[in-house]
Write a protein that binds this ligand. Structure first.
Ligand code: NAD
Length: 427
C-alpha cells in the first residue's frame, strides 16, 4: 500500500485525534520544508499492535474480553518510550497520535528515544486492586515481545500509576528470569524507580512558569492559576505553583470543579481527594460549573486531564494569559488558531509536560547503571533540560515568527530528520 502524500492518513489509524496529530505535523512539515520522503515516513507509526485478551473479574464467573494497544511511532532514535493509559474510550488512533507526539517531545528535549504509547480499553475507576493487577499482568504478557529496556519502555499515563508499573516490571522480570527494572519507568523506588519521578511532570511544567512570566512581563508572586485535572500532573503542578507564590484559584476533576479567589491550600485539597476520591465538596470553596474553569479570569490555565477540552467553541471565552498544557492534546487545532489571534501564549504539551519523560529518561539511565542519583541532582538536571529547551524554542519562535508549538515541532522534527537522513534506508 502506498500512502497518500497529501494526507499521510490511512484508515488503519484514522480517528479524530490521529487526524489532528497528522494535520499538525503536516502544517509544520510545510513551514520547515521537510524532505518529502521523510514527511511521508513520519506520518504513520512504524509498529502498531492490537491485542485482545481475557480478563477475569473478582466475581470468579465473569471473564471479559478486553482490547489493548501498543504503538511505536519511530524506532530510529533508540528504544521507544511512552505511557500506558487505562480508559474506556481509548482506541488505536488515539494511541497512535500520542505515540507521534511522544516522538516530537523526546526530540525537543534531546532524549535518545522514539515515541510510543499504549492503552487498555477499561474504566480504571471500576476495577478493584486485584482486578487492576490481573489486567496489567495479562496485558503485559500480550505485549511482552515488543517491550524491554533496549526496545520499548512504558511509563504511567492516565489511569495508571507506579503500582501498575511495578506489576509490569514484575511480570516482565519473571518471564525473562531476572529482575529487569529498566523495562518501565515511573515504578516505585523500591523496584529501581527514581525519586522525584512521580512529581516530575507537574513540577517540570511549573518550572516553565518563571521563564514564561519573564518573557511576558507577568509577576509570578500572586499570579492566578486554574488547573483542570487533579491527578498526578494536576496535583503536583498545583502544589509547585502555590509553593512558587502563585494562587491556585480553581481546580477541576471528574467529580466537579471548585473555586476560591483567595487561593487553595493544595495539601488540604489533596487530603480531601485521598479521602473522598475527588475535589467536589471541598470545604471553603464555591462550586464551579466544570466547563467554566476554561473561562476564568486568570494568568495561567493548566489543562491537566484529558485531550480536546479547549475547543473552537470555548476558546473565544478564554481569559487566561498563558495556557500551560499539562495534558496531551488539550487544545484542538481550531482553538489553537483562535487563541493565537487572541494573543494567548501557549506553552504546548510537547514541551510543557516533557518533565515526565525527562525524569523517566533519568530513571532508565539509573536502572541501566545501577547507580542512583540524589533528588537534588534529578530536580536540577530536569530544570536545566526544560529551561534550555524552552529558551531554544523561544528563539526559534521569535526568529521564524511562529508560535511556540510550531517552533517546538520544528526543533523536534528537524532532529528526527537529521537522524533519518544519517541512517539512510535499509536495504
Ligand atoms: P491521572 O489519571 O493521574 O489524573 C487525571 C485527572 O483528570 C484526574 O483528576 C481525573 O479526575 C481528571 N479527569 C479525567 N477525566 C476528566 C474530565 N472529563 N473532566 C475533568 N477532569 C477529568 O492522569 P495524569 O497522569 O495526571 O495525566 C493527565 C494528563 O497528563 C493526560 O493527558 C496525560 O497524557 C498527560 N501526561 C501525564 C504524564 C505523567 O507523567 N503522568 C506525563 C505527560 C503527560
Amino acid at each position: 500500500m502506498v500512502l497518500s502524500s497529501q494526507t499521510g492518513v490511512t484508515n488503519e489509524w484514522d480517528s479524530p485525534m490521529f487526524r489532528e496529530a497528522v494535520k499538525q505535523f503536516e502544517h509544520v512539515a510545510e513551514v520547515m520544508n521537510l524532505d518529502d520522503n521523510i514527511r511521508e515516513r513520519l506520518s504513520v507509526p512504524q509498529r502498531s499492535l492490537i491485542v485482545s485478551f481475557p480478563f477475569r473479574r473478582d466475581a470468579y464467573d465473569t471473564v471479559d474480553t478486553v482490547l489493548g494497544y501498543r504503538v511505536q511511532h519511530l524506532l530510529t532514535m533508540g528504544p521507544t518510550k511512552g505511557g500506558i493509559r487505562y480508559a474506556e474510550d481509548v482506541n488505536l488512533g488515539e494511541v497512535a497520535a500520542l505515540a507521534m507526539l511522544m516522538t516530537w517531545k523526546c526530540a525537543i528535549v534531546g532524549l535518545p528515544f522514539g515515541g510510543a504509547k499504549g492503552g487498555v480499553c477499561v474504566n480504571p475507576r471500576e476495577l478493584s486492586r486485584s482486578e487492576t493487577q490481573r489486567l496489567t499482568r495479562r496485558y503485559t504478557m500480550e505485549i511482552i515481545k515488543f517491550i524491554g529496556p533496549d526496545q520499548d519502555i512504558p511509563a504511567p499515563d492516565m489511569g495508571t500509576n507506579e503500582h501498575t508499573m511495578g506489576w509490569i516490571m514484575d511480570t516482565y522480570s519473571t518471564h525473562v528470569g531476572h529482575a529487569e527494572p529498566g523495562v518501565v519507568t515511573g515504578k516505585p523506588p523500591a523496584l529501581g524507580g527514581s525519586v522525584a519521578r512521580r512529581e516530575a511532570t507537574g513540577r517540570g511544567l511549573v518550572s516553565l512558569i518563571p521563564p514564561t512570566a519573564h518573557h511576558l512581563g507577568i509577576k509570578v508572586e500572586g499570579s492566578r492559576v486554574a488547573v483542570h485535572g487533579f491527578g498526578n500532573v494536576g496535583q503536583y503542578a498545583a502544589l509547585a505553583a502555590s509553593e512558587m507564590g502563585a494562587k491556585v484559584i480553581a481546580l477541576a476533576d471528574i467529580t466537579g470543579a471548585i473555586h476560591n479567589d483567595s487561593g487553595f491550600d493544595i495539601e488540604a485539597v489533596r487530603e480531601h481527594v485521598r479521602r473522598t476520591g475527588g475535589v467536589a465538596d471541598f470545604p471553603d470553596s464555591d462550586v464551579l460549573e466544570p466547563s467554566m474553569i476554561f473561562e476564568l479570569d486568570c494568568d495561567f490555565l493548566i489543562p491537566a486531564a484529558i485531550q480536546g477540552v479547549i475547543t473552537e467553541e470555548n476558546a473565544p471565552r478564554v481569559k487566561a494569559r498563558v495556557i500551560l498544557e499539562g495534558a496531551n492534546g488539550p487544545t484542538t487545532q481550531k482553538a489553537d488558531v483562535i487563541l493565537r489571534e487572541m494573543d494567548v501564549f501557549i506553552v504546548p504539551d510537547v514541551l510543557a509536560n516533557a518533565g515526565g519523560v525527562t525524569a523517566s529518561y533519568f530513571e532508565w539511565v539509573q536502572d541501566l547503571q545501577n547507580y542512583f542519583w540524589s533528588e537534588s541532582e534529578i530536580v536540577g538536571r530536569l530544570r536545566e533540560i526544560l529551561n534550555r529547551a524552552f529558551s531554544e524554542v523561544l528563539d526559534i519562535s521569535i526568529s521564524r515568527k511562529v508560535d511556540l508549538r510550531t517552533a517546538c515541532l520544528i526543533k523536534g522534527i528537524r532532529r528526527v530528520e537529521s537522524a533519518k537522513l544519517a541512517r539512510g534506508v535499509y536495504p
